[in-house]
Design a protein around this ligand. Structure first.
Ligand code: GDP
Ligand code: MN
Ligand code: MN
Ligand code: MN
Length: 251
């Protein structure tokens, strides 16, 4: 398996046809997975915003002032308002704002980006990343899967890595349950989130800064002979860590 960046992509603007931009720069194959950073999907979909679009309500002002006192940093209540408007649930409001987006992803600040925004104040995540992935896939000349990725932190470990927000053309995970390990023990719980693993590989190539490489092709990945599942985002009822967070509050 190899991973390489699509070269020569321009600054992406609202209305750009990402599929065509990619297809014109790389000769795709059926064993490719096209991994697109959500940053450019958002730009192409016009998901940019200005802080002035979000006059802060009482909840946002309360969150921002608490964040300010906890972190000692200045917090713009309009940013908190933008996060609230992009979210369906607030998991933590201090010492940072951790929320769930409409499509099920839990991320700091609802994944709203303030870097690589193309000059706008804010870059919101795509509204429905799997639909974005499907649209990009429909525009490609070759029938290969498409992932929409983002860089995201994770609990318990330092550092961030790529995750998949939306996908099309492949299952989200492969199921090893019922197969045997080398000692003949049957695997009971292993469902491998292949879209996140592919996103992590893509993120490794695309980088975070000014590299200008938002699309990475992973070539030669083999799903193998496994059952697949489309599940990625946990329901609250089966998410025990999230349940433990309820009833917890900072300081
Ligand atoms: P995110 O992980 O989806 O938030 O995306 P990043 O902000 O980390 O950017 C990923 C990669 O895409 C980096 O190499 C950026 O330099 C690059 N990038 C971001 N926006 C653009 C763009 O409009 N055009 C090009 N060519 N590259 C971009
Ligand atoms: Mn970014
Ligand atoms: Mn991002
Ligand atoms: Mn990134």
């Amino acid at each position: 398996m190899e991973a390489f960046a699509v070269p020569g992509l321009p600054e992406i603007e609202a209305g750009d046809d990402l599929a065509a931009l990619v297809a014109n720069r790389v000769s795709l194959r059926e064993d490719d997975v096209v991994c697109v950073a959500s940053t450019v999907v958002s730009k192409a979909e016009g998901r940019t915003a200005a802080l002035s679009d979000y006059p802060a309500g009482p909840r946002a002002r309360e969150i921002a002032s608490r964040l300010e006192s906890v972190t000692g940093e200045e917090k713009d209540p309009r940013f908190a308002q933008a996060v609230l408007e992009e979210s369906t649930d607030v998991l933590m409001d201090a010492p940072f704002l951790l929320t769930e987006t409409r499509f099920g992803h839990v991320g700091v600040n609802a994944g709203i980006d303030r870097s690589n925004t193309g000059g706008d104040d804010l870059l919101l995540l795509p509204k429905q990343p799997s639909e974005s992935a499907e649209r990009i896939r429909d525009g490609l000349p070759v029938d290969c899967p498409v992932l929409v990725t983002d860089t995201s932190g994770r609990p318990f470990r330092h550092g961030q890595r790529g995750v998949t927000l939306g996908w099309a053309g492949m299952p989200a995970s492969r199921d090893w349950r019922g197969e045997e390990d080398r000692d003949g023990h049957e695997l009971e719980v292993t469902v491998e989130s292949v879209v996140d693993e592919l996103a992590a590989a893509a993120n490794l190539v695309s980088g975070e800064g000014s590299g200008g490489t938002p699309v990475v092709v992973v070539r030669g990945f083999e799903f193998g002979d496994h059952d697949g599942s489309q599940e990625l985002y946990r329901e609250v009822s089966g998410d025990f860590v999230r349940q433990a967070l309820r009833g917890w509050s900072y300081e």
